[in-house]
Design a protein around this ligand. Structure first.
Ligand SMILES: NC(=O)c1ccc[n+]([C@@H]2O[C@H](COP(=O)([O-])OP(=O)(O)OC[C@H]3O[C@@H](n4cnc5c(N)ncnc54)[C@H](O)[C@@H]3O)[C@@H](O)[C@H]2O)c1
Length: 258
């Protein structure tokens, strides 16, 4: 039986990787989905999958506002806001960045990874209160460990974990706030323009993927689909009614093995 029948969701970073897999899984589970993407081509393919596409930059508040409006106007409400869009920093060390790069990189990485999620929660809170819904963010092993990125990425994902904990307190009891924390995943995760990493893609570097694989207790780098059941679990008010403020690890044992 479909586990999200009647649910209405927004998913950001839906054009690729984990976000796209979450959209596909939510649709299979019976949910109606607004997919937030950056490119027209992604909007077209997400529409073909059955989602309502919204194009925008999550570091701008109006993107979250338009996504929530699309859900409430098209579906009549909102049950879950998945703040998944993210930028990595390819392990760029602090001393490899000029103070100016640090400042611009900080604004860009935190603007997407942290402010994007905060804007999503802010724009969605009224609709989520009305439905008794929830916010789900995509964290990372870098929410709890050093070494999953460079200083900007790790700081941003720790901040995202703080955001989950604080918003869980502020929005209880009507709205639950949780996260899924993937470990190394086979995606084209990219980086900030400020660090010259906008065209770089995580899974284009076979050597890096091989090193990541060595750290995974389960012996392989994950695929986006490996994580999607946890998003369904957290979205479902019947399956996880008592879970809030949690960051569910989906990291192949990485965080307990290093
Ligand atoms: N791939 C991994 O190894 C890994 C590990 C842990 C956590 N994560 C997290 O998973 C999430 C999804 O990343 P992914 O691995 O699927 O990579 P991905 O690049 O396929 O997905 C990230 C998405 O975010 C979108 N995005 C980036 N900046 C944006 C902006 N300003 N506005 C709107 N959208 C924007 C991109 O277009 C892309 O579709 C991220 O939050 C990432 O930090 C990934």
């Amino acid at each position: 039986m479909a586990r999200l029948e009647g649910y209405r969701a927004v998913v950001t970073g839906a054009g690729s990787g984990i976000g796209r897999a979450v959209v596909a899984r939510f649709l299979t589970e019976g949910a109606k989905v607004v997919a937030v993407v950056r490119k027209t081509a992604d909007a077209e393919s997400l529409s073909a999958m059955g989602a309502v596409a919204v194009i925008g930059d999550v570091s701008q508040y109006d993107t979250a506002e338009r996504a929530v409006a699309a859900a409430t106007e098209t579906f009549g409400g909102l049950d879950v806001y998945v703040a998944n869009a993210g930028l990595w920093d390819f392990h760029r060390r602090m001393e490899k960045q000029s103070p100016e790069e640090l400042a611009r990189g900080f604004d860009e990485v935190f603007g997407v990874n942290v402010l994007g999620a905060l804007y999503g929660a802010r724009a969605a809170v009224e609709a989520l209160r009305a439905s008794g819904g929830s916010v789900i963010v995509t964290g990372s092993n870098a929410c709890v460990l050093g070494g999953g990125g460079g200083v900007l990425y790790t700081a941003s994902k720790f901040a995202l974990r703080g955001l989950v904990m604080q918003l869980a307190k502020e929005l209880a009891p009507q709205v639950r706030v949780n996260g899924v924390a993937p470990g190394a995943t086979n995606t084209s995760l990219s980086g900030p323009l400020a660090l010259g990493q906008a065209g770089k893609e995580l899974n284009a570097d076979a050597d890096r993927m091989a090193v990541m694989q060595q750290h995974m207790l389960l012996g392989r780098v994950s695929e986006p689909e490996d994580h999607t059941a946890l998003y369904v679990l957290l979205a479902s008010r019947t399956e996880s009614p008592y879970v809030t403020g949690a960051m569910l690890m989906s990291d192949g044992g990485l965080t307990i093995s290093i």
